[in-house]
Ligand binder design. Structure first.
Ligand code: 13P
Ligand code: SF4
Length: 304
């Protein structure tokens, strides 16, 4: 049954000239139908070079908006309309404009997990895999990092020569894991390196053997000589790794690491989206696209 639906998706997307982009947090059976899978940075860059005129994003809303901003001439469909990112909704344009007035000498660096509307008042966008490189490359000493204070804290430690102001936002899923869980996991699996996403709290990150994006974690585990790993990000990454490396063992840092938004997209949603009867077309006005594009272009320029 799953194989039949996958075959239909593959047939229809070829026939209709559709590109399917899937974030690494979505289910394995969806990833098998995608043209490209990766972390937020790779997905946004990939969207600019995809030859197809229609893109289906299987991920969360801010990712589909980013594709639309970079490729406004394309039809961009979010496969599951309810898939938002709670972190992206935490701060709005009014709040950030007010904070900017308090810190006029600071450049606003926005994690890509923000709305298109908020991006219109930010200077540079970053992703977890590109933040350190981009902020090092920025011609600015003072950085107002929004919205994730955990990623912001991690980045500020890598770049002690710059001044950081952090606001109190973040991912409720990653931030739910605490230090005692990290210590307990390491005690239970003493030979397994702990690989964590920088959205985790600093007390967890300090126990990590590797800190990186979803793609970074996967690459590290695939290329390592070690045979077992504790995965400190959404549980789907451990599952994908288990398919990719059947001779290795992957343990969840915590069973709380499940993103209900990423999990809300199903294979049937993708099937309906390629059939043209499901999903939501992303529509952004020209002014939003033009202004939000400035900080995404800066991300690609400084992170490339
Ligand atoms: P990545 O950029 O590492 O894919 O992270 C996106 C995300 O939402 C992590 O929770
Ligand atoms: Fe947003 Fe967290 Fe889900 Fe990533 S894991 S999409 S940051 S809620």
């Amino acid at each position: 049954m799953i194989k039949d639906i996958q075959q239909e998706i593959l047939r229809l997307k070829k026939e209709k000239g559709i590109c399917i982009l899937a974030h690494s947090y979505v289910a394995h059976e969806i990833i098998e139908t995608a043209d490209f899978t990766g972390d937020s940075y790779a997905l946004s860059v990939k969207a600019t070079t995809a030859p197809q005129k229609t893109v289906i994003m299987v991920g969360v809303r801010f990712m589909a908006e980013t594709v639309k901003i970079l490729s406004p001439e394309k039809k961009v469909i979010l496969a599951q309309p309810i898939a938002g990112c709670p972190m992206a909704e935490q701060m709005d344009k009014d709040l950030i404009c007010a904070v900017k007035k308090e810190y006029p000498d600071y450049k606003v660096v926005a994690y890509i997990n923000t709305t298109a509307d908020l991006k219109t008042v930010c200077d540079v966008c970053v992703t977890s895999s590109s933040a350190v490189k981009i902020i090092k490359n920025m011609d600015a000493q003072n950085i107002l990092f929004i919205p994730d204070c955990n990623l912001g804290h991690y980045v500020s430690e890598q770049i002690p020569e710059k001044n950081f102001k952090l606001l109190h936002g973040g991912c409720p899923i990653h931030a739910s894991v605490n230090e005692s869980e990290a210590v307990a996991a390491k005690e239970k699996h003493p030979n397994a390196p702990l690989l964590v996403h920088p959205e985790c709290v600093p007390d967890v990150v300090k126990h990590a053997d590797y800190v990186g994006s979803t793609s970074g974690i996967m690459e590290y585990a695939k290329n390592s000589d070690k045979k077992e790993f504790i995965i400190g990000t959404e549980i789907s990454i451990a599952e994908h790794l288990q398919y990719a490396c059947p001779d290795k063992n992957f343990y969840y840092l915590s069973k709380k690491l499940i993103c209900p938004n990423m999990k809300s997209s199903t294979l049937m949603d993708v099937y309906n989206a390629v059939r043209g009867v499901g999903g939501e077309e992303i529509v952004l006005d020209e002014d939003t696209i033009t202004k939000a594009r400035v900080c995404i272009d800066e991300m690609i320029r400084l992170g490339g």
